[in-house]
Design a binder for this molecule. Structure first.
Ligand code: PLP
Length: 415
């Protein structure tokens, strides 16, 4: 590739999503080729042993490194503002590889109380099984983090906005507390993407993504990425990723590189659509509460424009009625798909209590405020009027037939 006269480090994020990590191709292919190979041939035994000894650069085997995966790692690292990144097979592969590389028996971790269900299961079951103790705290008040820190606290895990209520955590405030104890701060930035939030600026040591979501954006890949310092990434790659083996496939890396090129335009549309849907839900007579950082009065408003450059496109709302009403409402949808995940072109809706957050115990669900009538919608890229009309007809149908007598007799009007 011809040298770009611009200073790459000053590129805008939208430019980085297309160009960062680009490397030369001998044929001049615009799109970097997919290196769909498990292993790499050595010219001779001397070269093979030199590569294994680390005396010579170059590829050995795709679990240890691959040019397509390297390119993706460089692009995401540039977007998040870290020197390096490591791609993983899934978002959970990123969470577990990034954490376990730095933890051992006897260590303690402080974790945000409302997080993705499988992260909760990993910390509350598997970590404990290996002698790593975990405290879940409400990090919306950083004083709770201060109170939970122990001499053996090695890591502090944040998800913000937090699944599924969109609770927002002040990363800078929590990072400052963790730094007093030399604990590493790790942020799950899946809901925001680096275009809306760069946790490194607030002091995070490590950022992880479920690249399954917005980074890829097309619902056809399950993947993860870890961003951190060169030293931390080398350690993660050489230990938990290499030996536990949750590394990314080159084909998935190639698809995510393609998806990333439209991240900027997709996020703009996602956020615009979500704002309209959140406002529609908020005025709806059968919706009791809407959780969306873009709504006036949401606690996240204080961090919008500083920590967060946008409100994202995930909305949670509390329906009136009971679990049957919640289920009927989802079953009445005609356009919107009942599915977990987020960040796809399609609008997806799910019932956290029985789906993403079912790994929580009923007590933990109650403590985290995940009721039977809480619904999460990940607003997609369709025409927003079609999304809104579908929600309107499903709500109308549900409450026209609801056995919940409180609702009888109410007249609904839909704009
Ligand atoms: N983090 C968040 C916030 C998520 O929503 C998810 C999945 O939904 C994950 C991590 C796990 O990612 P994956 O499904 O790619 O393993």
């Amino acid at each position: 590739m011809r040298d770009n006269p611009n200073n790459k480090s000053q590129w805008q994020p939208a430019t980085m999503t297309i160009h960062a990590g680009k490397h030369a191709d001998e044929h001049g292919a615009l799109v970097a080729p997919l290196y769909q190979t498990a292993t790499f041939a050595f010219a001779n035994t001397a070269q093979g042993s030199a590569r294994f000894a680390g005396e010579e650069g170059g590829y050995i085997y795709s679990r240890l490194g691959n040019p397509t995966i390297d390119q993706l790692e460089q692009r995401v690292a540039a977007l998040e503002g870290y020197p390096a990144a490591a791609a993983s097979a899934t978002g959970m592969g990123a969470v577990s590889a990034a954490m376990l590389a730095f933890l051992q028996q006897g260590d303690h971790v402080v974790v945000a109380d409302a997080i993705y269900g499988c992260s909760f299961a990993l910390f509350s079951h598997l970590f404990r099984k290996f002698g790593i103790s975990v405290d879940f705290v409400d990090m919306t008040d950083p004083a709770n983090v201060q109170a939970a820190m122990q001499p053996n606290t090695k890591m502090v895990f944040i998800e913000t906005p937090a699944n599924p209520h969109l609770k927002v955590i002040d990363i800078a405030a929590v990072s400052a507390i963790a730094k007093q104890r030399q604990a590493r701060v790790i942020v799950d930035n899946t809901f925001m993407t680096p275009l809306l939030q760069q946790p490194r600026k607030q002091g995070a040591d490590i950022v992880i993504h479920s690249a399954t979501k917005y980074l890829n954006g097309h619902g056809d890949v399950v993947a993860g990425v870890i961003c951190a310092s060169q030293e931390d990434i080398e350690l993660i790659k050489a230990t938990t990723l290499k030996d536990m083996g949750a590394t990314m496939s080159p084909h998935d890396a190639w698809l995510i590189l393609r998806g990333l090129k439209t991240l900027d335009v997709r996020m703009e549309r996602h956020c615009k659509n979500a704002q309209v849907i959140a406002e529609f839900l908020q005025q709806h007579p059968h919706v009791r509460e809407v959780y969306y950082p873009g709504l006036p009065g949401h606690p996240a408003q204080a961090l919008l424009g500083t920590q967060m450059q946008g409100a994202g496109a995930v909305i949670a709302f509390e329906l009136e009625g009971n679990i049957d009403d919640a289920r009927n409402m989802l079953d009445s949808l005609q356009l919107i798909t009942i599915a977990v995940s987020l960040g796809d072109a399609e609008t997806l809706i799910q019932h956290p209590a029985s789906m993403t957050h079912s790994p929580y115990t009923p007590e933990a669900r109650a403590k985290a405020g995940i009721s039977d009538t809480l619904i999460r919608i990940a607003v997609g890229l369709e025409a927003v009027t079609d999304i809104q009309n579908d929600l309107a007809q499903a709500l109308e149908r549900t409450f026209a037939t609801s056995t919940n007598t409180e609702k009888q007799g109410e007249t609904l009007t839909y704009g």
